[in-house]
Write a protein that binds this ligand. Structure first.
Ligand SMILES: Nc1nc2c(ncn2[C@@H]2O[C@H](COP(=O)(O)OP(=O)(O)O)[C@@H](O)[C@H]2O)c(=O)[nH]1
Ligand SMILES: [Mg+2]
Length: 173
């Protein structure tokens, strides 16, 4: 299973998402600190909301296989800048929560996530668990383990570790 790192503003639904992905019942718990031990790294929203702490998120992200921006469908403004993926050396995905909100504007959040450089965007309603299976299926696919030579070959093609090899291209033997 890919180790998932979650970042997003307070109340975005990160802790609920962890509970949904683990198959637990939803229970409110304020996130006070970053826990690195688990398959899922949940972070306090205050990190994403403060300029001083936000670099900490980039550092924690190196402990993960995939980084997720979590944004509720009814968020009124965007905390994340364009091309965010360029300083995170991991695949970046977006998870849109609270799709059930009467103020939901999913196309707007999708646009923010596309601007940030998300490879994939998932919609998850934490209350009904709709959409959770698709995200779980993605997380259950492990990333390929590369040898140093394979990583260097990818670099020579300008590819990240997780981009698929172009059609017809194979690793040199
Ligand atoms: N309607 C709705 N409420 C949600 C959803 N996800 C989380 N919530 C509620 O939003 C509040 C904040 O959720 P929480 O997971 O603690 O957010 P965090 O601060 O990002 O960890 C809680 O009251 C949750 O029950 C969702 O998909 N739909
Ligand atoms: Mg939380």
């Amino acid at each position: 299973m890919k180790k998932l790192f979650l970042m997003g503003r307070s109340e975005a639904g990160k802790t609920s998402l962890v509970q949904v992905l683990k198959g637990e019942a939803l229970h409110y718990r304020k996130t006070q600190y970053t826990n690195l031990q688990d398959d899922m790294i949940d972070t306090p929203g205050e990190y994403a909301e403060s300029k001083q702490f936000s670099t900490g998120l980039a550092c924690f992200s190196f402990e993960a296989d995939v980084v997720a921006i979590v944004q509720a469908a009814d968020e009124p403004f965007n905390l994340f800048g364009a091309s965010l993926h360029t300083f995170i050396q991991r695949p970046l995905i977006g998870v849109i929560t609270k799709t059930d909100s009467s103020y939901a504007n999913v196309p707007m959040i999708r646009q923010w996530m596309a601007d940030a450089g998300c490879d994939r965007i998932f919609e998850v309603n934490n209350i009904t668990r709709e959409g959770a299976d698709e995200l779980l299926a993605y997380l259950n696919e492990d990333l390929p383990q590369l040898t140093l030579e394979q990583a260097c070959f990818r670099q020579s093609l300008g590819l990240s570790e997780w981009d698929p090899l172009p059609e017809g291209v194979e690793y040199p033997s």
